[in-house]
Design a protein around this ligand. Structure first.
Ligand code: FAD
Ligand code: DLZ
Ligand code: SF4
Length: 506
């Protein structure tokens, strides 16, 4: 029987299971720009523009391949502004069609569609998303019966499964992980490549006008807009990364530099997550660079680990933990997210840089997300749900399945240690070591307490002391708590008083 194939904004892949299962001569593809998806959080204008432009280009490509596509633009008359109602409207015009789709990436939308189909009594076939390396069942099998879930062991399974950087059963280079070579601070005299920039065509310009008009008040700058919006452009961006930045990706993966927004990062997550690039093809391209001798093993292994390790691992955790994961709040933190997350107006130089580039580019790299904005929110005791919604809104690569485990789990420790074995809490010293932000900051990173002290310093101790009941038994923090206990009580009070003053000002 004929199908209505719903293709979502992050399912822009020619090898999407629901397209492979369909038949262009018989089935109809539905794609829809809807307010409900565009506003469940106040997405960054660049993120909305990227998705709408990529959706419109993908629809055109499907048409060129012979598919009939029912494409609903945001401002089309009759647009009901929700995906389930758009499905309903399409089925009214196409009686006898059954709904076919690939499982949505987010629990929220999966539930919405399932509940709708149940209520409407519409036959619906939801296929598992084969664009991931581990299926739900594989992850469950791996996780079942383990006391602790650690990415590193899961990653090795994925190496074996994909054969990436493997010699038979042995890892290339004799070790699974070369991270010990990867934690160098950056030097600003190094040559910095930039991600490949693409010029908007007419289709994209029309989307930019729409987004400007409808979402121009959201946090974030729309222009200049240079993201790839087609698979061909994204493949060029991948080649560009593999040739220009990959060789140094490992060495400087954790570094931050004032004025260098991308360093040697790939800026590919938005393309992979929207389906323009497949995770495996990205890894194969990067592995090729290693075999051709143009990139070292520590860079290539580190990069592949992020994709077949972390990316798959967090997705597994997400589906194991939903619903409820985004409500977790291990520390019971209740502070509202400070306003400067939405304005960038703070005299902490590291925070201003991370938030400012987030506003301009809908992008910040991993260490900025984890050790600057994430670390600050956790130390300050911000409600993790508010932190979660901020991250989900402001990054072009953000979908809940990947964002929530990174925010709730990795960065806020709000799941109590499911994803990480200890909180990523750090004082100013870490940021100073990995970046050049402190030199131009209004605060003094070496000053521990009192006026002008780097806020991360007292907040770090205040966080540990405030949450001692929850963290005191963590063996990985034993040394830190011993240091605190050995401190003179006057010194301790200075730390806590300074922290109080900073928190009162937030
Ligand atoms: P690169 O540094 O070039 O890394 C290569 C690729 O590896 C990325 O493109 C991405 O696909 C993958 N990757 C790397 N780290 C992770 C990770 N921890 N989890 C999953 N995939 C990873 N990533 C998202 O894709 N979407 C998010 O919404 C998101 N939110 C995050 C929030 C916080 C608080 C933190 C700490 C991390 C978050 N990450 C998220 C992970 C990571 O920071 C981004 O994937 C990365 O910064 C994207 O930039 P890039 O493409 O230049 O990555
Ligand atoms: C993120 C997003 C946005 C902003 N807009 C749309 C849209 O209008 N139509 C659509 O199909 N998808 C959109 N998306 C992506 C969906 O939110 C995404 O498919 C779900 O969150 C599941 O991951
Ligand atoms: Fe950030 Fe503190 Fe350094 Fe300023 S001194 S840049 S607030 S770490």
């Amino acid at each position: 029987d004929a199908n209505l194939i719903l293709v979502l904004g992050d399912q822009l892949s020619p090898d999407l299971p629901s397209l492979c299962a369909g038949d262009p001569d018989r089935d109809i593809v539905l794609m829809a720009e809807v307010a409900s998806e565009a506003s469940y959080v106040p997405h960054h204008p660049k993120k909305i523009a990227f998705l709408f432009a990529a959706m419109r280009h993908f629809a055109e490509e499907l048409r060129n391949e012979g598919w009939r596509v029912r494409y609903v633009e945001l401002e089309d008359t009759g647009n009901s502004q929700s995906l389930s109602r758009e499905v309903e409207r399409a089925l009214e015009d196409l009686p006898g069609h059954a709904l076919l789709l690939t499982e949505p990436g987010e629990y929220r939308l999966k539930t919405e569609l399932e509940e709708w189909a149940e209520r409407a009594g519409t036959p619906m076939r939801m296929l598992e998303d084969s664009r991931f390396i581990a299926s739900h069942a594989e992850f469950r099998d791996w996780a079942d019966g383990r006391k602790q879930l650690r990415m590193e062991y899961f990653y090795r399974e994925m190496r074996r499964k994909t054969g990436l950087l493997m010699h038979g059963d042995e890892p290339e280079g004799g070790r699974w992980n070369f991270d010990s070579e990867n934690r160098k601070p950056a030097r600003d005299d190094l040559f910095m490549p930039r991600p490949l920039e693409h010029r908007p065509d007419e289709t994209t310009e029309a989307v930019l006008d729409l987004v400007e008009r409808r979402f121009g008040d959201n946090f974030g700058r729309l222009k200049p807009f240079w993201f790839a919006v087609t698979r061909a452009q994204a493949l060029d961006a991948l080649d560009h990364f593999a040739e220009e930045a990959l060789p140094c990706f490992g060495d400087y993966q954790d570094a931050m530099l004032e004025g260098e927004r991308f360093l040697y990062h790939s800026v590919l997550a938005l393309y992979i997550n929207a389906g323009l690039l497949g995770p495996l093809e990205v890894c194969h391209r990067v592995e090729r660079a290693y075999h051709e001798g143009s990139a070292p093993l520590n860079a290539v292994e580190g990069f592949i680990r992020q994709i077949i390790g972390w990316r798959e691992f967090v997705r597994g955790i997400y589906w194991m933990q939903m619903p409820g994961y985004t409500e977790q709040n291990f520390f019971g933190a209740t502070r509202p997210l400070p306003d400067f997350y939405w304005s960038g107006e703070t005299d902490m130089a590291c925070m201003a840089a991370a938030i400012g580039q987030t506003r301009d580019e809908a992008y910040a790299h991993h260490i900025q997300r984890l050790m600057v904005t994430g670390n600050f929110a956790m130390l300050a005791g911000v409600d993790p749900h508010e932190v979660h919604e901020w991250y989900l809104a402001v990054y072009a690569d953000a979908y809940e399945w990947v964002e929530a485990p990174n925010v709730i789990g990795m960065s806020q420790f709000a799941d109590g240690g499911l994803l990480g074995s200890k909180p990523y809490a750090a004082s100013g010293n870490y940021i100073n070591k990995m970046s050049d932000h402190c030199a131009g900051c209004a605060y003094d990173v070496k000053k521990k307490t009192g006026d002008g002290a780097c806020p991360f310093n007292p907040l770090y101790w205040d966080f540990l002391v405030r949450n001692r009941k929850k963290l005191g038994n963590n063996p990985r923090l034993a040394q830190v708590y011993r240091t605190w206990d050995r401190m003179e009580s006057d010194r301790q009070s200075e730390y806590l008083d300074s922290a109080r003053a900073i928190l009162d000002r937030l």
